[in-house]
Write a protein that binds this ligand. Sequence first.
Ligand SMILES: [Zn+2]
Ligand SMILES: [Zn+2]
Length: 280
Amino acid sequence: MLVKNAPILSHLHDGLTIEGYSRAAVQTCWRVNELKLLFDVGIQPWDFMGIPTAFITHSHLDHIAALPAYVSRRRLMKMDPPVIYLPDSAVDAAWDMLQTFRKLDRGAMPCELIGLLPGDEIKIGREYVVTALPTKHTIDSVGFVVHHRRHKLKPEYHELDGPSIKALKLAGKAITDETRIPIVAYTGDTSPKGLDDNPVFFEAKILISEMTFVAPEHRKEKIHKHGHMHVDDYRARQDRFQNELIIASHLSTRYNATQVKRFVAKALPDGIGGRLKLWI
Ligand SMILES: [Zn+2]
Ligand SMILES: [Zn+2]
């Protein structure tokens, strides 16, 4: 049944549907349905529960508050327990929170919580791998990049026929090379250091990032200290973005949509070659 319990925006790019909502201190959640992945669970739009895997960037309330709802709804709807990846240092407290809800709600909270450190890689099916990247926020945080893995026959085997290739495979020979294409990257909350330390953020086809502040009077130094970014940080790096699509989200509630558009148009008149999409 379709239940509309939360606002979401949606954007289709190159076969991937990016859906979600993100305002600083309010709530952040994303779904990429084609990849069967969720990123952050600050809120849970009802039909997002159908995705069995979630990656959480950090444990600020606006990114994790709906974790009990996600786990509990999947149980109620008789779906498999979800697998939830989150920064390693947040696992024990998140587990305790779920147990507290279990006492309050008198319902089980079946799920798997898996701690991540920067550099960890998680294979998603045969085709995709998610890597945790170090970001810079006020608490432990990671960003994510999803690579599409492709296996191509090594050049030295190109001349072989099907049965010979099969024989090599059965003999346990590595006959393919793996290539990886970064298709979606998500920074979560971070100062610009999070971008600069991980060049793959500039290379992924789709980058989802945060632009919490846009007004010129909001001071960059203070913003960076609090682990966030300003539109000027995008302007300073506009030649580095190779992405086909750059989604700027997590805007502060100090600004309404009109103000955001006005400040961003002033700072980035061509919208980074028309590739910047404001998520408001
Ligand atoms: Zn946040
Ligand atoms: Zn945060």
